[in-house]
Design a protein around this ligand. Structure first.
Ligand SMILES: NC(=O)c1ccc[n+]([C@@H]2O[C@H](COP(=O)([O-])OP(=O)(O)OC[C@H]3O[C@@H](n4cnc5c(N)ncnc54)[C@H](OP(=O)(O)O)[C@@H]3O)[C@@H](O)[C@H]2O)c1
Length: 338
């Protein structure tokens, strides 16, 4: 017994990963419907050894669909997610379209899986990639010692900006190797090769970028702490896949490094990689293509009361997007909600 599953944005960086994750985790799919724009209709994608033909998204795309995984940008989700939900599908949306809607749960299964069961609009939102990996690491520490403040700086891979961004970095690397001038960037505001760009998304009137604001608002919603103090600086770096984060925490109560390590080593979805003497700490290239959220460099921050520092790394296309969405679908299937 399986489900008809639609993937909206199947040809994109996240959509392709969705197909891989559904296959690898043996999610019970009876029929997979890969959807994209008219530009990609007719292309084929591989799923479980078969070639599937990509179809152009339209209002009839969701007939009989039980699970609709959306990753084709906010405007497409705003337009089509209600259509899919109206046709009886549970929508799991990777875009920012519904994340802060009070009637849409924002779910990271390791942290607040139960929230997925209350979905008045038939839509569940997947958080932003940098937020997902951060809350997976912080939730067990928060339960123990109660967070007072989070200060995070991110080092985000180009894959977070989609397939064209991966091609843009590759093209700049090829031009550099051939001794040619930088090709003009089209996805990022500046050439990304050999640089760090402290702008992800547009700037808001308060000086934060949209990405920084997402980290603040989404963290509060997932942890159920609407007034938690969060400060974020989000930076794009020339890494292909895998976001890294330097996180500084202040807690209400003392939390020793030993206890934090103990909590992290048993936390769901977390792998502790913390042996600095052996030069072992999380690295994006090692995280790419894998599922866990890796945590290392766990150490006290003596400059504040009850302070701790962490380094957190995960594959943004998997835990940051596709895997988290499929885990939500698995949770619903396990609880008889599909
Ligand atoms: N990349 C990440 O790490 C990440 C993480 C979390 C969330 N997200 C979110 O997921 C979404 C997709 O991201 P991505 O990185 O996969 O982008 P991407 O590589 O640019 O892929 C975009 C996908 O959307 C499809 N699409 C574009 N316009 C469409 C239309 N009018 N109708 C139907 N399909 C359309 C594209 O199809 P065509 O091939 O036809 O153009 C493609 O399949 C974004 O909202 C992003 O914010 C991304």
């Amino acid at each position: 017994m399986g489900y008809k599953v639609a993937v909206v944005g199947a040809t994109g960086a996240v959509g392709r990963e969705m197909l891989r994750v559904l296959e690898q985790r043996r999610f019970p799919v009876d029929e997979l419907v890969p959807l994209a724009s008219a530009r990609s209709a007719g292309q084929s994608l591989e799923f479980r050894g078969e070639r599937l033909t990509v179809r152009a998204l339209d209002r009839q795309s969701f007939t009989g669909v039980k699970v609709a995984l959306f990753s084709a940008g906010g405007p497409i989700s705003r337009d089509y997610a209600p259509t899919a939900a109206g046709a009886g599908a549970v929508v799991i949306d990777n875009t920012s379209a519904f994340r802060l809607d009070p009637q849409v749960p924002l779910v990271v299964p390791e942290v607040n899986a139960e929230a997925a069961r209350q979905r008045p609009k038939g839509i569940i939102a997947n958080p932003n990639c940098s937020t997902i990996q951060m809350v997976v690491a912080l939730a067990p520490l928060h339960r123990e010692a109660t967070l007072r403040r989070i200060v995070v700086a991110t080092y985000q891979a180009v894959a977070g900006a989609g397939q064209r961004a991966i091609e843009e970095l590759s093209q700049q690397a090829r031009a550099w190797a051939a001794g040619q001038p930088d090709p003009a960037p089209s996805v990022f505001p500046h050439p990304i090769l050999f640089d760090c760009v402290p702008q992800i998304g547009d700037f808001r009137p308060d000086g934060d970028t949209v990405e920084e604001r997402k980290m603040i608002d989404e963290t509060r919603k997932i942890l159920g702490e609407p007034t938690l103090r969060v400060s974020a600086t989000t930076v794009r770096v020339p890494v292909m896949v895998g976001h890294s984060e330097a996180i500084n925490l202040e807690f209400e109560r003392p939390l020793s490094v030993a206890r934090a390590r103990e909590l992290l080593s048993t936390a769901p979805g977390v792998v502790l990689v913390d042996d600095p003497a052996q030069r072992r700490y999380p690295l994006a290239r090692q995280a790419a293509g894998t599922d866990p959220v890796y945590v290392g460099r766990v150490r006290l921050d003596a400059s504040v009361e009850h302070g701790l520092n962490l380094w957190v790394v995960a594959d943004n296309l998997r835990k940051g997007a596709a895997l988290n969405a499929v885990q939500i679908a698995e949770y619903l299937a396990q609880h008889g909600e599909l």
